[in-house]
Design a protein around this ligand. Structure first.
Ligand SMILES: [Zn+2]
Ligand SMILES: [Zn+2]
Length: 351
């Protein structure tokens, strides 16, 4: 008996192109489903893994990709409440559904999660297996490409703004780093009623896209190394909420300098740096907060799908381009070079 084969984009080693290989179609375990992949978004994490190599690959080779949408092809023997042919998106890591955090609806903190494209085969393939707990049905006629990027590119900034940053209507929000996550933070902050939104990025294209998506003010730290100063000069005060999407020591410290008295900084970007707090007299005396925000919860993804389906949130400008699986290395190069002000690129394995 021969096992059916499929195409998959496999990462062997950072800084080397992915190889498109024929591998066996995986078989779902009892609590898993097999999903036929319609769309898989690319993300900064993929660049760290495959191009820059500053996030180590924990398994080699591994099929890359963690922003997945498609249709259920096979149900594991014990799966209930889902059906073959159903349109679904996947939580970007295989979460257990049983640990104290999963049970509390805080899947971002799952104690046994395996990230697709890192420790478990991901969605840059024709098929992927996933635990049924991480399957999120796609409502209405929401497209696969938009559903795919919602699972991480849009839900990560929502989690940062809503669950961690506690954004309230009327507040001033600063966004440091206006790539795929940052521009969606700007779009969402507008939707959530932010009084004023500031985009901070050294890239001219990123700044103009930030403006197009609703930033009231954009700042280039290459010419204004202390954007906090510019914000105070313009508004007479700092930001209530500042989000950091870069993950470098200097950009985190820049984010903290943007804060008003009582302000909250939410750090989303990760990296090897160890940024310093402001002097204690200022940090404590002005009741500033620094908050970590890691990924998203399932609720963030399903709420966003509802918002798009009901016309409250427009993601029609979010997918910059789509590629076939064979174009994966071009797509990664394009995302890494940030040419053309890329928001989000999506791979469609059956295109
Ligand atoms: Zn990602
Ligand atoms: Zn868990």
């Amino acid at each position: 008996m021969t096992q059916p084969l499929m195409q998959a984009a496999r990462l062997y080693q950072a800084k080397h192109p992915l190889l498109i290989e024929q591998v066996p179609v995986p078989v779902p375990a009892a609590d898993e489903v097999l999903v036929k992949v319609a769309a898989c978004g690319l993300c900064g994490t993929d660049i760290h893994l495959a191009v820059d190599g500053d996030i180590p690959v924990s398994r080699s080779p591994v099929t890359l990709g963690h922003e997945v949408a498609g249709t259920i092809a096979v149900l594991g023997a014990g799966v209930q409440g889902l059906s073959v042919g159903q349109r679904v998106a996947l939580f970007p890591s295989a979460v257990c559904g049983q640990c104290r955090f999963c049970r509390a609806g805080r899947e971002s903190l799952c104690e046994a999660s395996e990230v697709y494209g890192m420790s478990r085969d991901g969605g840059l393939a024709e098929y992927i297996t996933a635990p049924a707990f991480g399957v999120i049905p796609i409502p209405g006629d929401l497209g696969f490409a938009e559903a795919a990027i919602i699972t991480d590119g849009v839900s990560t900034p929502l989690h940062a703004l809503r669950s961690r940053g506690m954004l309230r209507a009327g507040e001033t929000v600063a966004v440091v780093g206006c790539g795929g996550l940052g521009v969606h933070a700007i779009l969402l902050a507008r939707m959530m009623g932010a009084g004023l939104v500031i985009g901070i990025d050294t890239g001219a294209e990123a700044r103009s896209r930030a403006k197009a998506l609703g930033a009231d003010l954009v700042i280039d730290p290459a010419t204004d190394p202390d954007p906090g100063k510019v914000i105070r000069a313009e508004l007479g005060r700092g930001a209530d909420l500042a989000l950091e999407f870069v993950g470098r020591t200097e950009t985190v410290e820049m984010t903290l300098r943007c804060l008003d008295t009582g302000g909250r900084a939410v750090l989303v970007g990760v990296g090897p740096g160890q940024p310093k707090l402001p002097p204690l007299m200022r940090f404590v005396g002005r009741e500033m907060s620094v908050i970590g925000s890691f990924g998203m919860d399932k609720r963030d993804i399903s709420d966003l799908m509802g918002l798009v389906t009901r016309g409250r949130l427009d993601l029609s400008h979010s997918v910059t381009a789509t590629y076939p699986l064979a174009g994966i290395n071009q797509a990664l190069d394009r995302l890494a070079s940030k040419q053309g002000g890329v928001a989000r690129l999506v791979v469609e394995p059956f295109r």
